[in-house]
Design a binder for this molecule. Sequence first.
Ligand SMILES: Cc1cc2nc3c(=O)[nH]c(=O)nc-3n(C[C@H](O)[C@H](O)[C@H](O)COP(=O)(O)OP(=O)(O)OC[C@H]3O[C@@H](n4cnc5c(N)ncnc54)[C@H](O)[C@@H]3O)c2cc1C
Length: 291
Amino acid sequence: MVFEKFAGSVRSAVPLAPYTWLQLGGSAAFFAEPTDADQLQAIVQTTNREGMPIKVLGGGSNVLVRDKGFDGLVIHLSAPFFERISILGNTVQCGGGTRLAHLITACVGAGLGGLEHLVGIPGTVGGALRSNSSTDEGDIGRLMTQATLLSRQGQLNTVTADQVNFSHRRSSLDELLILDASFELEKGDVRQLTKREQTFWIVKRSKQPNYPTRSALAFIDLDGVSAVELLQRSGVNGLIEGSVQLNSTYPNYITANTGATSAQVIALLERAQKIVFDKTGFSLQPHVVVW
Ligand SMILES: Cc1cc2nc3c(=O)[nH]c(=O)nc-3n(C[C@H](O)[C@H](O)[C@H](O)COP(=O)(O)OP(=O)(O)OC[C@H]3O[C@@H](n4cnc5c(N)ncnc54)[C@H](O)[C@@H]3O)c2cc1C
């Protein structure tokens, strides 16, 4: 087998559904959980030499795996090496596989503020930077100072904030993988920051389905118009396709129920897109990334 020398870190025919919030879709031909950056690089270089497609999975909160699965290698940064957090002065550096929640808690505990409004957004720092996760209070991109990227050829490259474009739920960090990132935060009082974090957490929880609900964000807001507003104006809240529904309690979230398939999610998104376009002239784009 191609990945023989990485035995223990690369498995074959691994179901991806358990790794995603929607818990849907087929298997990955290969699934890699490297132990450190050197092994990660070697696996990527081998995959590239074989001409095999490759994808990176974070917390799986914004990925929909197709029913047929993915005929390539999926990298999952689950090893402790990729979840390290280090704090020096106002600068915090962490691995791309770090849970956003862990990063926020570590920063707040160290008296560093700026990220706490992002509390409650599921997933990893790599996933958050890739899609420039945000709330009404701002996005993650504006606090990033530097990131280490790994290319599809297995080359490492450092970029600074001025080389990256961040816009609403988008970034130009489109190399294969975000290995680590640094953020510049502001000193603050631990008790006040903790209170701020708790308040944001309570508000966020009240606005979204929480795990173990099988859910994902449906559409990206457009310039000046929110997806929620467009869905409401078009009367598609609660729209159903098979066992998948546009959540009526939490608009703009898709919920998968027992018997759901990825094909149903895709069909639901397309139907909602068409209705919204016909009724409002706005063309919504899916938030969830389809593999
Ligand atoms: C209940 C719920 C609430 C949410 N609330 C918000 C919100 O308030 N604001 C918001 O912005 N989003 C929100 N989201 C969307 C989602 O949580 C974010 O997009 C999140 O940042 C995705 O991170 P992840 O690690 O789960 O990425 P995944 O879903 O695993 O991957 C998403 C994309 O990022 C890529 N990726 C993942 N890790 C890396 C890496 N290390 N390097 C390069 N690419 C990588 C993947 O290849 C994929 O293309 C919500 C989702 C859910 C289900």
